[in-house]
Design a protein around this ligand. Structure first.
Ligand code: PXP
Length: 258
């Protein structure tokens, strides 16, 4: 199973002080020697963490392939074409969100996405679409002739956290949703089955299948055990662990689980 390490959160920490420390570029060599297979970054429209200069230097200096997540906004696509990452992952973007909140609606935005995909392909950048594990979205993605889809695992991760992590006092709390533990276990199983079914359907459509969002050291094996998934992109949990164990050990620990 391939691992893309999302290093945005190193830039989040830097932005807390608006200085150049820690520098996301310093992660490139560590990711490589620790067994990561890919560097993932998100160039957001509001540049809240990764800046244009980071993206430029990461694309220039990384020995590992770079997977650049971005919106379908035309200005951003033009920038990505100049940066020439190995892959562009198209994601929905909403300025008020804390993180990406769901998959792209490939049906509703079909023509805009098609234009972006054609432009990226013209610049020899492979394309992935970040979508919910849903048959219609996968079918539409394959019509767009993209190389990859990345299945959104956020719902699965939220249910897992409701069951096994202490998330009381948040909007994920079991109490607020008034669901029993047994009901949550059924929902978790259903969510994993949806991801598995979607991964197999994606593979049958000739797409390479990645997955990501909310994956951590507790829940990851439930997803990495799905054979049709080739790659996981993980950020928050790896960077969080690295505060205590160092980035190298955090990546080694995650790779071992995969
Ligand atoms: N994949 C995509 C498309 C994302 O937008 C993100 C978050 O930036 C991730 C994976 C990583 O998610 P997390 O930080 O929750 O591991």
């Amino acid at each position: 199973m391939l691992l893309g390490v999302n290093i945005d959160h190193i830039a989040v920490l830097r932005e807390a002080r608006k200085i150049n420390d820690p520098n996301p570029l310093d992660a490139l060599g560590i990711c490589k020697i620790s067994g990561a297979d890919q560097i993932t970054i998100h160039l957001r429209e509001d540049r809240r963490h990764i800046h244009d200069e980071d993206a430029k230097e990461i694309c220039r200096q990384s020995i590992l392939p770079v997977n650049l997540e971005c919106s379908i906004n035309e200005d951003i696509i033009d920038i990505v074409c100049k940066l020439k990452p190995t892959r562009a992952t198209l994601v929905p973007e909403n300025r008020d969100e804390v993180t990406t909140e769901g998959g792209l609606d490939v049906d509703k935005n079909f023509d805009r996405i098609k234009k972006a995909v054609e432009k990226l392909h013209k610049h020899e950048i492979e394309v992935s679409l970040f979508i919910d594990p849903n048959k219609k979205m996968i079918k539409k993605s394959s019509e767009l002739e993209v190389e990859w889809i990345e299945l959104h695992t956020g719902t699965f991760a939220n249910i897992y956290a409701m069951l096994y992590a202490n998330l009381s006092n948040t909007h994920h709390s079991i109490k607020e949703l008034e669901l029993s533990r047994d009901e949550l276990k059924i929902l978790l199983d259903k969510s994993r089955k949806e991801i598995k079914k979607a991964a197999h359907y994606g593979q049958d459509c000739g797409l390479k299948v990645a997955a990501g969002h909310g994956l951590n050291y507790q829940n990851v094996t439930k997803i990495s055990s799905i054979k049709a998934i080739e790659e996981l992109n993980i950020g928050q949990s790896i960077i969080a662990r690295s505060v205590f164990s160092g980035l190298r050990q955090a990546i080694i620990d995650m790779k071992e689980l995969l």
